[in-house]
Design a protein around this ligand. Structure first.
Ligand SMILES: NC(=O)c1ccc[n+]([C@@H]2O[C@H](COP(=O)([O-])OP(=O)(O)OC[C@H]3O[C@@H](n4cnc5c(N)ncnc54)[C@H](OP(=O)(O)O)[C@@H]3O)[C@@H](O)[C@H]2O)c1
Length: 260
């Protein structure tokens, strides 16, 4: 059965900008009630002003904190009489620069936001998802969770981790009727590159084109509706993933050269 937004209850993390904000808007417009979480209260207020009245609840907080995650679940299950139909783990951060120059804190922080927080939120949401309608857990990963590149070691590690977690959980939860959808965008024109942590100001990211957050959000919702297991977005992203499957040594050599 397809996942349907109308009268559904969804949680969207990282809803104050970029992909999460667009996902929240599209879901609310389609008749879903969204519980939106992020740290910036004013941005969540702005988001609330762009969606139909009563379609959005906001939780201001840091998703790495257990209390924030519990509050999010409480708000969602109160709204949904105990059930949850969709969990989108979208909040994420990144960094650019060689691993050998980076602090241990950079790795910790990225893994906390991109891996431990979504995994622990998923853990507490599973009982409510079991009561949901065609329930879906959607993890926003990255094409860099399929093929790692230099100077983003911590970010790639966090996205490979969520990829592995998603594949394992999908098989575990199949008997409960809960789908796990892994979405892997390529470069997206959001605030992501303005919020990089522990990164030199002259660092930049190479990419083959970019998508708008709205386009990523539309493709993500299509993947959720069809309860897909995995989607890699953008031609550049697909090319990178397939080139890696065809010849990892060739891609290793190209990436090592491009770094030099
Ligand atoms: N942009 C890209 O090129 C790209 C490519 C592939 C994958 N992705 C993935 O797409 C997802 C969304 O990124 P985006 O491009 O939309 O970037 P973005 O505009 O920077 O949005 C990131 C969101 O995460 C939230 N967030 C960060 N740390 C948080 C924390 N500790 N607690 C709660 N919320 C937190 C931010 O809100 P607050 O700051 O208000 O807390 C913000 O709403 C991420 O998982 C990212 O890895 C992005």
């Amino acid at each position: 059965m397809h996942w349907k937004p109308k009268n559904s209850i969804a949680i969207v993390t990282g809803a104050s900008s970029g992909i999460g904000s667009s996902l929240s808007q599209l879901l609310c417009q389609a008749g879903c009630h969204v519980v939106a979480v992020a740290r910036r209260a004013e941005r969540l207020e702005e988001l609330a002003g762009t969606v139909p009245n009563g379609s959005l609840s906001t939780v201001v907080g840091d998703i790495t904190q257990p209390e924030t995650r519990s509050r999010v679940l409480d708000v969602a299950t109160t709204q949904g009489d105990g059930r949850l139909d969709l969990l989108i783990n979208n909040a994420g951060i990144g960094a650019i620069g060689p691993f050998s120059d980076a602090s241990p804190e950079r790795l910790r922080q990225i893994m906390e936001v991109n891996f431990f927080a979504p995994v622990e939120l998923t853990r507490i949401c599973i009982p409510a998802l079991r009561l949901g309608r065609s329930p879906v857990i959607c993890n926003i990963s990255s094409v860099l969770g399929h093929r790692a590149v230099p100077n983003k070691s911590e970010y790639c590690a966090s996205k490979f981790a969520i990829h592995g977690f998603s594949d394992s959980l999908r098989a575990e939860l199949a008997c409960d009727g809960i789908q796990v959808t892994l979405v892997s965008p390529s470069t997206t024109r959001s605030e992501f590159f303005d919020s990089l942590i522990d990164t030199a100001s002259d660092s930049s990211s190479k990419s083959l084109g970019s998508w708008s957050p709205q386009k990523v959000a539309r493709s993500t919702i299509a993947a959720i509706r069809w309860r897909r297991s995995e989607v890699v977005l953008s031609l550049g992203g697909k090319a990178l993933v397939y080139a890696d499957r065809l010849s990892p040594p060739l891609l290793n050599a190209i990436l090592a050269k491009s770094k030099a």
